[in-house]
Design a protein around this ligand. Structure first.
Ligand SMILES: C[S@@+](CC[C@H](N)C(=O)[O-])C[C@H]1O[C@@H](n2cnc3c(N)ncnc32)[C@H](O)[C@@H]1O
Length: 377
């Protein structure tokens, strides 16, 4: 790594040693059902149409922060999970959250994503979660490349990076803080308190939930390095690393990739894009496998079964409707009593051809939401 890149990694590390992110209370817990979209068996079925043995599955949390290992371990109790982060403090807190909830299938490793290929040797992963990390890396080209190298055939990464449009007010304020030489949260909070109603600063604070807590404020306005991407810049970076988008999942995203990209370009040209980019990306060389799965799916010779997380959550809500928090960009359908009875039929795989026409619409809704998963029969 060049000296410049390495110095920036150290500065970013120092930031996260000081400001744990996210800064949730030690006893914070997640509802099992809200982890449904992190379940690897279900994601693997969505993108590849194949069952995946959970005991053999490998997950990397690349830049795990202080919390994500815990919900990922809840969603994947049998998988081996590696949580990598630059920050010792974030790792310590992540370990506490995970162990407090008696989840022990996570290995915690302090290190730089840029060096992960050397760190892991021959090891590769079925799923890499890299959420809110790459935009903090000066050498992002190497980071994208690293993701590609660490993915197994058919594997995918979940990525969140800042959108130039959505982030423009925050970036402007961040620069202002640098010019004003504001470097600690106490001074920043004093400035926030004095922000006038109607000012761009006040509007930005009011519109950004993270501004409500110290670690969020520090991440927004005191971060030493945060770049942003236009959609086309992001696609170019992905493409150069041999990656391609599989599904966008930011709020309001459309399921069809091309339609979503067209929608995002329109929003960017109208300066109206308010969401950062959240997506699943896979290796370009696996596109033929995914096409094969789409083809099989279209022939309807498939089996449908329950997402293992939803299977576990169903009995926890015997009467009350269950509504998992939206994680794929759209509001989830509620699982009411009828929904529960219908879903219960999929505890064992059911062939698609045996589903009564009257239930197909609901089944499709649950498939889209990933409560149900579809695989080759
Ligand atoms: C904004 S936090 C996101 C944490 C987590 N992914 C989440 O979504 O809650 C960014 C995390 O990435 C880590 N990070 C930043 N640059 C990194 C790098 N080059 N290698 C490994 N971790 C990195 C930081 O230490 C921090 O914990």
């Amino acid at each position: 790594m060049s000296d410049d890149f390495s110095a920036m990694s150290m500065t970013v590390k120092a930031h996260y040693e000081k400001y744990v992110y996210p800064d949730f209370p030690r006893l914070a817990s997640v509802r099992v059902c809200d982890t449904y979209a992190l379940n690897l068996e279900s994601l693997w079925a969505r993108f590849n149409g194949e069952p995946l043995d959970p005991t053999l599955s490998r997950i990397l949390l690349a830049g795990c922060g202080s919390f994500s290992p815990y919900p990922t371990a809840v969603a994947n109790p049998k998988a081996r999970i590696t949580a990598l982060d630059l920050s010792k403090t974030n790792l310590r807190k992540a370990k506490q959250h995970t162990w407090l909830h008696l989840r022990f299938n996570v290995d915690f490793i302090e290190g730089d994503l840029i060096e992960a290929v050397d760190l892991f040797g021959e090891e590769s992963f079925h799923f890499i979660d890299c959420y809110g990390v790459i935009h903090h890396m000066r050498d992002d080209a190497s980071a994208w490349q690293t993701l590609h190298t660490l993915l197994k055939p058919g594997a995918f990464a979940r990525i969140m990076v800042y959108s130039r449009q959505a982030r423009r007010s925050i970036q402007a304020i961040r620069w202002a803080m640098r010019l004003l030489q504001i470097q600690d949260v106490r001074k920043l909070k004093a400035l926030c308190r004095s922000a006038k109603a109607g000012s761009r600063f006040r509007e930005c604070l009011d519109a950004t939930p993270e501004a409500a807590f110290d670690a969020g404020l520090a991440d927004l306005f005191l971060h030493p390095y945060a770049k942003t991407y236009t959609l086309d810049a992001l696609l170019k970076k992905l493409g150069r690393a041999g990656l391609e988008p599989l599904l966008f999942i930011h709020p309001g995203a459309w399921a069809d990739i091309d339609a979503e990209m067209a929608r995002l370009r329109t929003l960017e040209s109208e300066r109206a894009l308010t969401a950062n980019f959240i997506l699943f990306a896979g290796r370009q060389e696996d596109a033929w496998m995914r096409r094969g799965w789409e083809h099989l799916k279209a022939r309807r010779a498939t089996c449908i079964s329950l997402n293992p997380v939803i299977r576990k959550a169903l009995p926890l809500f015997p009467i009350l409707p269950l509504k998992p928090a939206p994680k794929l960009g759209f509001e989830n359908p509620a699982i009411d009593l009828c929904g529960k009875l219908l879903l219960s039929r999929f505890k064992k795989p059911v062939s698609r051809s045996s589903i009564e026409p009257a239930h197909l619409e609901t089944v499709e809704k649950y498939l889209q939401a990933l409560f149900l998963i579809e695989t080759v029969s």
